[in-house]
Unconditional design. Structure first.
Length: 202
């Protein structure tokens, strides 16, 4: 009887939860794994990422809807990161943040991203409202907002590992980080270079 292999632990290697959110779908062994594929998956990932119980979702149907919304937010954010990674953000990109601002507006105490100035391209403005219909997704929205306003987008990288889809924020002193993890893709690259040299000298 064939048994299904347990799902591996999600990746938290990006040095920022917003990019870890992008990495919640990946193909570490050639087969795509989506840790947000369903409601329980979203719940477990959020607990691991933010260390708090999920709030604002009381039943499986609500969780299913939230997971679908989280995946939609993730793919919107992936497109934004792919377009702007490696460059300094300008205030003009605030116009592209409507999906994020709409989600942030659903929090009781929420923030909106607006265009700033040359020194600070994007800034957050705090606002308040009486109810919070999608509180469960607010940790994701706030992580993305923090990332957009405070991280150096010029140091956003995609792992150079073959077939690796993971993103990270290069916070190293030299800004020469190339791999999602030296223990995984970095080691594979070293082994590949070593074998290539051996073939070249044989």
């Amino acid at each position: 009887m064939q048994t299904t292999a347990p799902q591996p632990e999600p990746f938290f290697v990006a040095d920022h939860r917003a990019l870890d959110f992008l990495n919640s779908v990946a193909s570490p062994h050639g087969e795509t794994i989506d840790w947000l594929a369903d409601g329980p998956g979203l719940r477990d990932w959020l607990i691991r990422a933010f260390g708090e119980p999920l709030s604002g979702a009381d039943n499986s149907n609500e969780l299913t809807v939230l997971a679908a919304r989280a995946r939609k937010l993730r793919e919107w954010f992936r497109g934004f990161v792919a377009r702007h990674a490696g460059t300094k953000l300008s205030p003009a990109v605030a116009r592209a943040l409507k999906p994020l601002n709409e989600l942030l507006a659903e929090d009781r105490c929420y923030q909106q991203i607006i265009g700033g100035d040359e020194d600070e391209a994007l800034i957050m403005r705090s606002l308040h409202r009486a109810d919070a219909p999608n509180a469960a997704l607010q940790p994701l929205a706030h992580a993305i907002a923090d990332f957009l306003c405070h991280a150096d987008f010029a140091q956003v990288r995609r792992c150079e590992g073959e077939n690796c889809t993971l993103w990270f924020l290069d916070v190293s002193k030299s800004h020469r980080r190339r791999w999602c993890s030296m223990a995984v893709c970095g080691n594979r690259a070293k082994v590949g270079h070593y074998r290539a040299r051996r073939r070249g000298t044989a």
